[in-house]
Design a protein around this ligand. Structure first.
Ligand code: G6P
Ligand code: MG
Length: 221
């Protein structure tokens, strides 16, 4: 039986994925590395340092910086990102998310968050959603970034449910891979092309339907 939903944060609960995109794009362009939305898809769900490495590799500049310089590039991106998230309010919860959380809660199911972002706690507080979640697993709790299944497995363990009893919700290809690697049912939010591995895909959060997700979950498990 279904016992829990585990959500990604950036790009699922709120539009902060766009802020990561803008902040990385500014940094990449400063380094004369081209940055496209298509390439940005490869960064979604990936930790800060792994994202920087991917950008430097793309620009053929992997060996141009010392570790210390890389740390300061990552800090610069994060400071830029934080100027965006400072403005987040409860009005920035994406459409469809609050009704879905309420529905999940009314069925007596558990709710978890699985985000590799070190800013996840701040974003959740700004959205005033922290109390709505039974567990929040972020960068502080895990050692491996998505696409590794560790983060979704950790959330399930802390919720005291089996992975097969969980539904994971993600906007990133790496995130869907993490959910499937954990042995969970995956709901993707975004393009069917990028999220092909998901069990069920919605173009955006306003289309999420508890009844439909439940029906698909019961069909496939
Ligand atoms: C999430 C986002 C990524 C971001 C990562 C690290 O996974 O999808 O775009 O790079 O978190 O975020 P942080 O806030 O720690 O830099
Ligand atoms: Mg995301």
């Amino acid at each position: 039986p279904l016992k829990a939903f585990i959500f990604d944060l950036d790009g699922v609960i709120t539009e902060s994925a766009e802020y990561h995109y803008l902040a990385w794009k500014a940094l990449a362009e400063e380094l004369d590395i081209s940055f496209t939305r298509e390439f940005n898809e490869e960064l979604k769900g990936i930790s800060r340092m792994d994202s920087l490495d991917k950008i430097l590799t793309r620009g053929g500049r992997m060996n141009d910086f010392t570790q210390e310089e890389k740390d300061s590039l990552a800090t610069k991106k994060n400071e830029h990102y934080r100027t965006f998230i400072k403005k987040i309010t409860p009005d920035d919860v994406l459409p469809g998310i609050e009704p879905l959380l309420a529905e999940i809660r009314s069925r007596g199911l558990k709710i978890g968050l699985a985000s590799v972002s070190k800013n996840a706690a701040d974003v959740m507080n700004s959205l005033r959603l922290t109390e709505e979640f039974d567990v929040i697993v972020d960068a502080a709790t895990i050692s491996k970034s998505k696409p590794d299944p560790e983060i979704f497995l950790t959330a399930a363990r802390l919720l005291n449910v089996a992975p097969s009893e969980c539904i994971g919700v993600e906007d990133a290809a790496a995130g869907v891979t993490s959910i499937k690697g954990a042995g969970m049912f995956a709901v993707g939010v975004g393009s069917a092309e990028t999220l092909a591995e998901a069990d069920l895909i919605y173009a955006n959060t306003s289309l999420l339907s508890y009844e439909e997700i439940l029906a698909e979950f019961e069909k496939r498990t």
